[in-house]
Write a protein that binds this ligand. Structure first.
Ligand SMILES: [Zn+2]
Length: 280
């Protein structure tokens, strides 16, 4: 997804003249202009067409976990800039700007909480922070979360919302995270753990190519964009017409990659049900 387009979707774009910015949002799916408050009471879902808008990590935690039950872990982890990388702006400056914008140290939040009374280890990646890309901090947090879930023998739930995979500004250190998280998930699996992966819009690149598609159970929100490379890149490589609806939750569900598509309002109940089914 084009980051600017995605950002416009999640902020709702510019307000109309005379109306405070952000009071109204334009739905990218049905193009209706909707009252932001109305979407918010419906968990950030369009009241006209059920389009699922972007959700910040904190809001996701609030929606899925029992009230006040979330205990955040590893908040001391901070990204660094080992390469002194610079593209349009130096990576160090970019990090500061992203941190100021989102109030997050990096793109992932992990910890422990309860879902309808069931204890879980929970992690979420946030698209708002550098498109949710997996730098060292994201990889390290998810790895430690999987290790803690192994040690505590708790179900593990990751919610992915990442438009990219590796964070190129961290070079090879970023690429290594895919293997590291995968290895931790492998050990968790051998210990008999239950890992539920929830795919949200968008789940792409190295995130899709590692932890997001390694769930024992894979759930997806409706019409999420899910894939590895972008559509244009694939078309240029294989030079074939791609099928209709390619890289959507519905397409992947039809082809067996996704176990169930779950509307946001049903996600919490569905998670509790899956945990009960697998643990008893
Ligand atoms: Zn809509």
């Amino acid at each position: 997804m084009n980051p600017n387009e995605a950002r416009a979707n999640m902020t709702g774009g510019r307000g109309k003249r005379g109306v405070p910015e952000g009071l109204w949002i334009r739905c990218p799916q049905c193009k209706a202009t909707i009252f932001r408050k109305e979407a918010e009471v419906r968990l950030n879902v369009c009241p006209e067409c059920e389009h699922h808008f972007y959700l910040p990590a904190r809001e996701r935690i609030r929606q899925l976990l029992d009230e006040e039950s979330f205990e955040e872990w590893f908040t001391e982890l901070r990204p660094c800039d080992p390469l002194g990388f610079k593209d349009r702006v130096p990576y160090a400056e970019r990090l500061q700007a992203e941190q100021a914008k989102t109030g997050m140290a990096d793109a992932a939040v992990v910890g422990r909480g309860f879902i309808r009374g069931r204890p879980v280890v929970f992690g979420v990646t946030d698209f708002a922070f550098m498109a949710g890309s997996m730098g060292s901090v994201v990889g390290e947090k998810l790895t430690r979360a999987a290790e803690e879930a192994t040690r505590l023998q708790l179900p593990l739930i990751f919610v992915s919302g990442s438009g990219g995979g590796a964070r190129m500004q961290e070079g090879i250190l970023s690429l290594m995270q895919m293997a590291k998280v995968s290895a931790a998930l492998g050990r968790y699996d051998q210990a008999g753990g239950l890992y539920i992966s929830i795919l949200t819009n968008p789940t792409m690149g190295g995130v899709a190519a590692s932890f997001a598609l390694q769930g024992d159970i894979t759930l997806a929100e409706p019409k999420a964009l899910i894939g590895f490379a972008g559509k244009r890149t694939i078309m240029q490589t294989v030079r074939l017409e791609l099928p209709e609806g390619f890289q959507t939750s519905e397409f992947l569900f039809q082809h067996g990659f996704v176990d169930r598509i779950v509307a946001r309002k049903d996600l919490r109940t569905e998670l509790a049900r899956v945990i009960d089914y697998c643990e008893h």
